[in-house]
Ligand binder design. Structure first.
Ligand code: TYM
Length: 331
């Protein structure tokens, strides 16, 4: 069985964009692959975080992973900082990565612009991501479109490392393929359809959080920007705001975009937005119920403990191969 890995940062509560671009695919893939999913807490400290909020958000995210449908019998769910191999391998990866490659990453450039001082962790972020992926011998990595460049960097690193260090016939590191869905891989802000929806957006009207209550969701959808055209149509190029709302509508209901367009073409934005908001509320209500059952439970703690044990087992094997390849420590 091939292995899949993916992570989400606990730098806020996941948005409906994280669900559509990533989490829903995790759920669909769990029957076919050996799956590792994690809470990328080490990644989140590349920008300032508040200690108490971070701790809370780690467990919120863990409970959400399960509430959306991940089955702990099928997947390993763990917290990144509870597997020390991630940092150890990241160091080895940094020592074999030219700075220029990291400076070219668009996410680094975006995030660096927003900071007064840029710390080394922000630049090295993609090397930690390489580490997350290669430690599990992952063949596939389901992610949204914004992670494509980091996956390319990972693939290049694997080629370089294997070429240099793999012995004849040895699979030293596995080269991963990104799994990026055709639709919904880039859900946009509700306030600005040229910007991706982000859990760390300073304007909460731009995103729907997976823990927003029904009235907040209704208000946010009501205030979502559209355009001045009279009809509803799917035209991502020229009418990105409406196309984004249609993509969200289709993702939470399973109704195709064509059927939604045929239904709402002439209905006006009022009816369309009203029905969209109710569709999101209907879909998210049972997720909230499961979330609240799990959040304070012993079960959640046990799942994370078992997940960390399994993840450490797997990651340490790869780490040993890397150390041997580089000649570190003793055999
Ligand atoms: P993060 O926490 O920003 O996002 C988690 C996942 O959600 C996807 N995503 C989106 N998809 C569609 N529309 C959006 N607006 C949207 N925003 C986010 C992301 O592409 C991602 O799949 N670096 C990663 C976390 C990470 C990781 C890894 C992922 C760390 N190590 C190893 C895969 C493998 C990140 O910041 O995701």
């Amino acid at each position: 069985m091939e292995t899949i890995i993916s992570g989400i940062q606990p730098s806020g509560i996941p948005t409906i964009g994280n669900y559509i671009g990533a989490m829903q695919h995790f759920v669909n893939l769990q029957d076919e692959y050996d799956c590792y999913f994690f809470i990328a807490d080490l990644h989140s400290i590349t920008v300032p975080q508040k200690k108490a909020e971070l701790r809370k958000q780690i467990l919120d995210l863990a409970a959400l992973y399960l509430a959306v449908g991940l089955d702990p019998e099928k997947v390993k769910l763990f917290i990144q900082s509870e597997v020390p191999a991630h940092c150890e391998a990241a160091w080895m990866i940094q020592c074999a990565t030219p700075i220029g490659e990291l400076e070219r990453m668009t996410q680094y450039k975006d995030k660096a612009q927003k900071q007064d001082t840029v710390n080394a962790g922000l630049l090295n972020y993609p090397t930690l991501m390489v580490s997350d992926i290669i430690l599990y011998d992952a063949a596939k990595v389901p992610v949204g479109a914004d992670q494509k460049q980091h996956l390319e960097l990972t693939r290049n690193f694997v080629d370089r490392f294997n070429n240099k260090y793999a012995q004849k016939g040895q699979t030293l590191l596995v080269k991963p393929e990104p799994l990026i869905a055709k639709n919904g891989a880039r859900i946009m802000s509700l306030q600005d359809p040229t910007k991706k929806m982000s859990k760390s957006d300073s304007n909460p009207k731009g995103f729907i959080s997976m823990l927003d209550d029904a009235d907040t969701i209704r208000k946010k959808i009501r205030s979502a920007v559209t355009d001045s055209e009279a009809t509803i149509a799917y035209d991502p190029e020229n009418r990105p705001a409406v196309a984004n709302l249609l993509t969200i509508f289709s993702s939470v209901t399973g109704i195709s975009i064509e059927t939604l367009v045929a239904t709402y073409e002439e209905s006006g934005y009022g009816t369309f937005k009203n029905d969209l908001a109710e569709a999101i509320v209907d879909w998210i209500t049972p997720i909230h119920e499961r979330f609240h059952q799990l959040r304070e439970s012993e079960e959640l703690q046990e799942i994370l403990t078992v997940g960390a044990i399994e993840a450490n087992k797997k990651a340490n094997k790869t780490l040993r191969r890397m150390k041997n390849a580089l000649g570190l420590g003793r055999k």
